[in-house]
Design a protein around this ligand. Structure first.
Ligand code: SF4
Length: 123
């Protein structure tokens, strides 16, 4: 599977079984490969909402497992939960809550488990 999150998806059994199918076959001709090799430019070409979104470099359309759970066979669908989180102000609220906890308990920055965000490259 492209990532561990797919293991809990309703369509998890549709991925090839590594114990039954050779890795080279999985990597060369499967749904797994199609998902793993999807480029951001393909994604943005299909989703104008994300293409023009102010959060696109942080979010990049959200989680693919979430998107495929809703859009089923479409790996390039929008993850609406990501929209809710990013555009609903929750990103800022989580950061503020973490910062308040860091101050209140005099914690080192990294102990809260919210690392500085690494921006994905477009391409
Ligand atoms: S917040 Fe929504 S519209 Fe913006 S990039 Fe993420 S999924 Fe796309």
């Amino acid at each position: 599977m492209p990532c561990l999150g797919y293991g809990a998806a309703c369509f998890a059994k549709e991925f090839p079984d590594l114990l039954q199918v050779p890795m080279k076959d999985i990597l060369h001709a499967s749904r797994t490969r199609k998902i793993m090799t999807c480029r951001m430019k393909e994604y943005y070409a299909e989703n104008e909402k994300c293409r023009i979104c102010e959060k696109r470099l942080n979010c990049a359309g959200g989680c693919r497992v979430n998107a495929m759970t809703v859009h089923r066979d479409n790996n390039t669908g929008i993850d609406e939960d990501a929209c809710f989180f990013r555009l609903g102000g929750y990103e800022v609220r989580v950061r503020e809550t973490a910062d308040a906890a860091i101050r209140r308990f005099s914690l080192p920055e990294h102990s809260i488990g919210i690392p500085a965000r690494v921006l994905p490259a477009e391409g």
